[in-house]
Design a protein around this ligand. Structure first.
Ligand code: S3P
Length: 430
């Protein structure tokens, strides 16, 4: 772990862009690959997870050219996809797994899919149950709750599904199956989850209606390739925003960040804790809202984070927990039991890392309680091979008294390969 200078001597200062959004990059590859005509994806996130989605379609015969962060997909429509002759490897990517299970179930051939040692332990019944109701046939490990899974696709019919978990991956899997099913497919959400699939289906010409918490698709015929610009990933930006929020004297601008309200819970949390935050130059591209986020350091206080905001900041909870250690008073995070089935059990991982750095934090059944403000100390921590835990520990190391050693930073390439360089670029000696 490279030793970064510590907060007595630094501030976070300057302006930069973070790489493209992971969720939107996956969806652009999926929709481009099942459409007819050319799709060009600009500002694609060139990361481990997104490349698993690209490789899945290459295995089905789709020609995808990559030049830096631009992808060009020569779409031949769904009927142009070929039966994969090898098992499809989803690596560490839950989004690839859930969304591709939805799509593959609608295709008239068999496939076998698997993942890395983390993904094979993440639940798949959340997508298998509704997809089986639509007519999909599956066999997999432990009553088909876990990968590897073999499936036999085609001949689906629409369903109405009340989602038992607040998951955009589940919603998207059902919608991707639904556009290839007979009749109407309707998904009903309790709380809004990220809606990039809906926005992008519309941009590619699918038959989709959204009314409050109900999303309806019909068999959509042929989708047409289009150009996609991927906004900066707010989940990556959150690490740098937090660094600025906890280091006195900081002032940082992150440009062209996706601030779709189904993703921007972290901005509301920063504001409510007392950070000075403003958004300039708002624009809409491909149905997605973008803006430049300007944050300046201010003293923070603890808050309660629960209910409908949770799905809108679920991936940011590791870095929000660090933020809370620097806020005066108590921060409570509730209704976040989904953290237990992410790349690792994130409730346990967050509490473990922050406790060993001297924070006052306790795990609860569905979240955690953090008492601030704490002076953090150095130490040796495990990243659990989880990208968001590793990046949280790096940001923590900026404010610890003493060095932090992290066992492994390689997981950072899953979502934010240029993280260390971007961070160093905005660290300034005070
Ligand atoms: C994602 C949805 C979220 C999120 C994941 C990406 C997506 O998962 O945690 O990193 O792209 O749809 P769930 O929808 O399962 O909560």
């Amino acid at each position: 772990m490279p030793v970064l200078p510590n907060q007595d001597s630094i501030r976070i200062y300057g302006s930069l862009e973070v790489p493209g959004d992971k969720s939107i990059s996956h969806r652009a590859v999926i929709l481009g690959s099942i459409s007819k005509g050319t799709t060009t994806i600009n500002n694609f996130l060139d990361s481990e997870d997104c490349m698993r989605t690209v490789d899945a379609f290459r295995l089905m015969g789709v020609e995808i050219k990559k030049s830096g962060n631009t992808l060009q997909i020569d779409g031949k429509g769904k009927s142009g996809l070929e039966e994969p002759l090898e098992p499809i490897y989803f690596g560490n990517s839950g989004t690839t797994a859930r969304l591709m299970l939805g799509l593959l179930t609608s295709l008239p051939f068999s496939s076998l899919v698997y993942g890395d040692s983390s993904l094979v332990n993440r639940p798949m019944d959340r997508v298998i149950v509704p997809l089986a109701k639509m007519g999909g046939k599956f066999i997999g490990r432990k009553q088909t709750n876990y990968l590897p899974i073999a499936l036999d696709g085609g001949n689906l019919h629409g369903i109405t599904y009340h989602m038992p978990v607040n998951s955009a991956q589940v919603k998207s899997a059902i919608l991707l199956a639904g556009i290839g099913a007979k009749g109407v497919t309707k998904v009903i959400e309790s709380y809004p989850t990220r809606n990039h699939t809906e926005n992008m289906l519309r941009a590619f010409g699918a038959n989709i209606k959204v009314k409050h918490n109900e999303i309806e698709v019909n068999a959509s015929g042929v989708l047409r390739g289009t150009d996609v610009y991927v906004p900066g990933d707010i989940s990556s930006a959150a690490f740098l925003l937090t660094a600025a929020a906890i280091i006195p004297g900081s002032s940082l601008i992150i440009k062209n960040v996706g601030i779709n309200e189904t993703r921007s819970g972290v901005i509301e949390v920063l504001e409510e804790m007392g950070a000075s935050i403003s958004i300039e130059n708002k624009t809409v591209v491909g149905g997605e809202l973008l803006g430049d986020i300007h944050i300046e350091y201010r003293a923070l206080s603890g808050i309660t984070i629960e209910g409908e905001i949770i799905p809108r900041l679920i991936d940011e909870i590791p870095i929000i927990a660090l933020l809370a250690t620097q806020a005066e008073g108590k921060t409570i995070i509730r209704n976040a039991e989904e953290l237990k089935v992410k790349e690792t059990d994130r409730i346990q991982a967050i509490v473990d890392v922050l406790t060993s750095l001297g924070a006052h934090i306790d795990a609860t059944e569905d979240g955690m309680v953090i008492i601030g403000k704490s002076t953090l100390k150095g130490g040796t921590v495990k990243s659990y091979h989880d990208h968001r835990i590793a990046m949280m520990a790096v940001i923590a190391s900026l404010i610890t008294e003493g060095n932090v050693t992290i066992d492994d930073l390689s997981s950072v390439s899953i979502s934010y390969p240029s993280f260390m360089n971007d961070l160093k670029a905005v660290i300034q000696k005070a």
